[in-house]
Design a protein around this ligand. Structure first.
Ligand SMILES: O=C(O)[C@@H](COP(=O)(O)O)OP(=O)(O)O
Length: 271
């Protein structure tokens, strides 16, 4: 990127490019307990709160300023966003929250421990449920202790519509509701040169990454987004990453690698 000071649209003589910053929320209490979480509205863990503050400091040190921010309706993502905005002294910018940026709905796996689920169904099956593109988890049923917790949560009063309320989601289904929001609400703002920050979730962001990098259904299986480490895309006017503009983590590569492995290992058996 040739113009280092301006972090939104850049056009120092060459073709216009646009930066967009995204972050998976800091570690949640259920990430810490290794539970499938999906649409349950849990808090950040203490570590997650620290990760969010560190992310804010990293963005501040790198000189980032934002015009608007987008998040899900889940507090682990919202609280990560607020912590970042506090650090960079921009608590007053416009924030747009939507269920379309929520984590995927983990269906009948919601509330189960990931390691216990591996012990019961095997690593391969859990890997398919966690990372395959189009195999959904089983649907959530009224017997699940979190069925009503999700369905009656007022954060869903404004959507999705009751007759279309998901009972499970594969990555494919997640992308089907996330991408229209990206295209209709976020892309036009990026194209206006607005500097955008998105605080969302492991799988809603994997969907956006898959779309931007045109990854195959097999390639996206390998991607595990770490908690609390911001990443940047540099896009051309067609919203395609420029050379070297994909998934640029703002963290030391060794730390990022370890954090990604940690996420992958949540679905492995205990050694
Ligand atoms: O729902 C969950 O358990 C995690 C993702 O889990 P995996 O797909 O990594 O198992 O979502 P997040 O913490 O990003 O909101």
């Amino acid at each position: 990127m040739s113009c280092s000071k301006k972090k939104g649209a850049c056009c120092s003589g060459g073709p216009k490019t646009y930066n967009v910053v995204m972050i998976r929320h800091g570690e949640s209490e259920w990430n810490q307990k290794n539970l499938f979480c999906g649409w349950v509205n849990v808090d950040l863990s203490d570590r997650g709160k620290r990760e969010a503050v560190s992310a804010g400091k990293a963005l501040k040190d790198a000189g980032y300023r934002f015009d608007m921010a987008f998040s899900s309706v889940l507090k682990r993502a919202n609280d990560t966003l607020y912590a970042i905005l506090k650090e960079i002294g921009q608590e007053d910018i416009a924030i747009f929250k939507t269920w379309r940026l929520n984590e995927r709905h983990y269906g009948g796996l919601t509330g189960l421990n990931k390691t216990d689920t591996v012990a019961k169904y095997g690593e391969q099956q859990v890997q398919i449920w966690r990372r395959s593109y189009d195999t959904p988890p089983p649907p959530i049923t009224p017997e699940n202790p979190y069925y009503d917790t999700i369905l009656l949560d007022p954060i869903y009063n404004e959507g999705p519509p009751r007759n279309d309320f998901p009972m499970f989601e594969s990555l494919e289904l997640t992308i089907k509701r996330t991408l229209p929001y990206w295209n209709e609400w976020i892309v036009p703002e990026i194209k206006k040169g607005r500097k955008i920050l998105i605080a969302a979730h492991g799988n809603s962001l994997r969907g956006i990454v898959k779309h931007l990098d045109q990854m195959s259904n097999e390639q996206i299986m390998q991607l595990n987004l770490p908690t609390g480490i911001p990443f940047k895309y540099t896009l051309d006017e067609n919203m395609k990453p420029v050379q070297g503009g994909s998934l640029q983590f703002m963290g030391d590569p060794e730390t990022v690698k370890k954090a990604m492995e940690e996420v992958a290992n949540q679905g492995k058996s205990k050694k």
